[in-house]
Design a protein. Structure first.
Length: 137
């Protein structure tokens, strides 16, 4: 094979070719966004342990992905006083006890409620990084 792509001859083949092409383009766009140094993207598993820490998060917070992936939660790199205050405010707002820590960061989103808020991360060097956080479940 010389590396050229043969165009499909049937309608089904054309449709499949277009579907694959669309998926490749979408994947490339998603990859470009995810690898942007201008946006921080941090994703966790259901227990809150960081599973994805993109280039933007590395640049903004000073941690290498290998420092945090499978090791810490976003709460571990957040201002603990803000976590306590957020848990208290949410507990009053929602009339249910909410524990400071990861639960305070994801409580609303885990119940399908849009949640965008300000949070201060603690960088690897100990300095503070104010962020606007959007949490989805």
């Amino acid at each position: 094979m010389d590396g050229t792509v043969e165009k499909p001859k049937s309608l089904e083949g054309v449709m499949e070719f277009r579907r694959q092409e669309t998926l490749l383009k979408a994947g490339a766009l998603q990859n470009a966004i995810f690898n942007s140094a201008n946006f921080s993207s941090i994703a966790t598993d259901e227990k809150g342990v960081i599973q994805i820490f993109n280039v933007g998060a590395e640049r903004m917070l000073g941690y290498a992905a290998s420092d945090v992936v499978n090791q810490v939660t976003p709460a571990d790199i957040s201002d603990p006083r803000e976590l306590i205050a957020r848990a208290a405010a949410l507990s009053m707002e929602l009339d249910t006890p909410i524990t400071p820590g990861f639960e305070a960061l994801v409580f609303k989103a885990s119940r399908g409620i849009e949640d965008i808020y300000e949070l201060t991360y603690i960088r690897k060097d100990g300095s503070r990084f104010p962020a606007v956080v959007s949490v989805t479940a």
